[in-house]
Design a protein around this ligand. Structure first.
Ligand code: IMP
Ligand code: MG
Length: 176
């Protein structure tokens, strides 16, 4: 039998929207006159990235990568693999990585190292949520939305076993 679970709103859609707008303003300011490649880390980025790109007024190209880190469950396996690399050439480009949440930092630091090895002109990280209390690898987040507590979060793209990604608010998933 599975444990019944309950959702509690941590950040409303409006609070998230304000954070996304602030990040978009910063990106518009910093990338003026350039055309960065945005590389979204699937699947968690899909809601955030869709909202973010529509607030950008610099021209961007959009690409995606698939990484495997978490198995099914709440704990990172720590073994990271690039399941699907970005299709766009990275060499010589301004690359901005779009991530849903930085938790231990293992996944994104692996991926930033991977992209750095492809010799981009510049490489920055944009992450909507940061859970710094769980960090195991130091990560520089160039554009950060909201800092979150050490709780398991779902909604606005984040899942638990592929469920809850569609929720418009960011919620804490609690075991009852
Ligand atoms: P990290 O390697 O521990 O930093 O975590 C990497 C990935 O795990 C994130 O990009 C998320 O996709 C996922 N993740 C981390 N924390 C949570 C959470 O609270 N809820 C849902 N997914 C999470
Ligand atoms: Mg992710």
């Amino acid at each position: 039998m599975t444990t019944p679970q309950q959702l509690r709103v941590l950040f409303t859609r409006d609070e998230i929207g304000e954070a996304v707008a602030r990040m978009a303003n910063d990106i518009n300011r910093d990338y003026q006159g350039r055309c960065p490649v945005l590389v979204g880390v699937l699947k968690g980025c899909f809601v955030f990235m869709a909202d973010l790109v529509r607030l950008l007024d610099v021209p961007v190209e959009v690409d995606f990568a698939i990484l495997s880190s978490y198995g099914a469950g709440k704990v990172s396996s720590g073994r990271i693999r690039v399941v699907q690399a970005p299709h766009r050439a990275i060499a010589g480009r301004d690359v901005l990585v779009i991530e849903d949440i930085v938790d231990t930092g293992l996944t994104i630091s692996f991926f930033m190292d991977y992209l750095r090895s492809k010799k981009p002109a510049s490489l920055k990280l944009c992450a909507l949520f940061d859970k710094p209390s769980r960090r195991r690898k130091p990560v520089t987040v160039d554009y950060l939305g909201l800092t979150v507590p050490d709780e398991f979060l779902v909604g606005y793209g984040l899942d638990y076993n592929e469920k809850y990604r569609h929720l418009p608010d960011l919620c804490i998933l609690e075991d009852r």
